[in-house]
Design a protein around this ligand. Structure first.
Ligand code: SF4
Ligand code: SF4
Length: 386
């Protein structure tokens, strides 16, 4: 289990210099940044860019926090990259817009971090996963030695506090997130899926930070909390965040699951500033519901089936050139032989609808369709995500 102690720092403005000092003090209380970051380490900074909105809406991690973290990491000799997969497709077009709107572009202009431009998807396996054993995450993770997870203090009607624990869901590449939501429609399954991601990357995730200077209540109002939380353990950070808004963490399903899986314990220390002066007794917050996406599996399944296009290789037109084999990030394509020559076939259990093969086929023969037999394919995917 990661050290559950949390450092709380009061910080009253989104000013990179003020945040720099607060974070420096916080890291010192945890034993110094050098304990976590080696010189020349490649660090993936993971903000919460899910909604891709302007920082003043308090839906995304503020760029001033990212800039301050990157400057501190640079002072350790580290190389930083800012990477996330927001809601929607995971490609250059979407990311360019998100980087501009969320002002991550400004944060990177300070020269302390670059923006991720690797739009590849990578498969991570975790045989110990509870909700899933295979994960389709952004490939930038592979380029990094360590990850610093920087969540936003925002609250959702169905999911409760997003915080640091659920921020890791943004590592799932692009619209695959929708598929996961359709499969993990109960809070228990969805939260365990998030914990599975943490479990898979636990050795890489060295620090977690929560941007709670300005937060976002369940009713979408903004609320000033003047808080930054820092620690090794994302779940005890979320636990502390719940205490600040006067919620009992022991009643939160996500925290309960993290404790059951021995990822955190309720008995930990809050270091740094005093929590008592920050507690808000009138914060608008709803705990996660049992069915977080509020729809039956059938309706989600129908919705997914009716909208999802799949790639089809018409074998008669295939030249067997194997270009799609190397383009496929999940190795879902193999080559078969017939008396008329070789042709490519897709294993739909492995296909993640990234459409890379469509783009790369030199003969432009790969089609995208919503096949009638998709229900059978979806069932096969279900076997992978229990
Ligand atoms: S078969 Fe095509 S669409 Fe499916 S994962 Fe491979 S490259 Fe992507
Ligand atoms: S790239 Fe196109 S032509 Fe070549 S093997 Fe794949 S589907 Fe067939």
């Amino acid at each position: 289990m990661k050290n559950p102690n949390v450092v709380l720092k009061i910080c009253k403005e989104y000013n990179a210099k003020t945040i720099f000092s607060a974070l420096e003090e916080a890291f010192n209380l945890l034993g110094g940044l050098s304990k976590f970051i080696k010189p020349k380490a490649k660090v993936l900074i993971k903000p919460d860019l899910y909604y891709g909105t302007e920082p003043n809406l308090a839906n995304t991690t503020h760029p001033a926090i990212i800039e301050a973290v990157a400057e501190l990491l640079n002072s350790q000799g580290a190389n930083c990259i800012i990477a996330d997969s927001p809601n929607g497709d995971f490609n250059q077009y979407v990311l360019d817009k998100v980087y501009t709107k969320t002002q991550m572009l400004n944060a990177s202009n300070s020269g302390y971090a670059t923006l991720n431009t690797n739009y590849d998807i990578c498969v991570f396996e975790n045989p110990l996963g509870v909700s899933a054993k295979r994960f389709y995450l952004i490939d930038a993770i592979n380029d990094a030695d360590v990850i610093i997870n920087i969540g936003k203090f925002r609250c959702d009607n169905n999911l409760g506090l997003i915080g640091c624990g659920q921020n890791l869901f943004g590592l799932v590449a692009g619209k695959i997130k929708n598929l996961i939501k359709a499969r993990c429609y109960t809070s228990k399954k969805f939260f365990n899926y998030n914990i599975d991601i943490f479990d898979t990357l636990e050795n890489k995730i060295v620090l977690n930070i929560l941007d709670g200077i300005v937060s976002h209540e369940t009713n979408k109002d903004q609320r000033i909390l003047n808080t930054i939380l820092v620690g090794e353990n994302p779940y005890s950070i979320d636990c502390t965040a719940l205490k600040i808004i006067n919620e009992n963490p022991e009643k939160n399903i996500f925290i309960q699951e993290a404790v059951t899986r021995q990822k955190m314990e309720y008995n930990y220390q809050i270091l740094g500033d005093n929590i008592e002066q920050l507690i808000k007794v009138d914060y608008n917050y709803s705990n996660p519901t049992s069915y977080i996406f509020n729809k039956s599996l059938n309706s989600l399944q129908r919705q997914y089936n009716s909208t999802q296009k799949r790639v089809i290789i018409p074998y008669k037109n295939c030249k067997g050139c194997k270009t799609c084999l190397t383009a496929c990030p999940t190795h879902a394509i193999s080559i078969k032989s017939s008396p008329y020559g070789e042709y490519a076939v897709i294993d739909y259990d492995k296909c993640i609808n990234c459409f890379e093969c469509v783009k790369k086929c030199p003969y432009k023969i790969i089609e995208t369709k919503t096949p009638l037999k998709y229900k059978i394919i979806a069932k096969n995917i279900d076997k992978k995500i229990k």
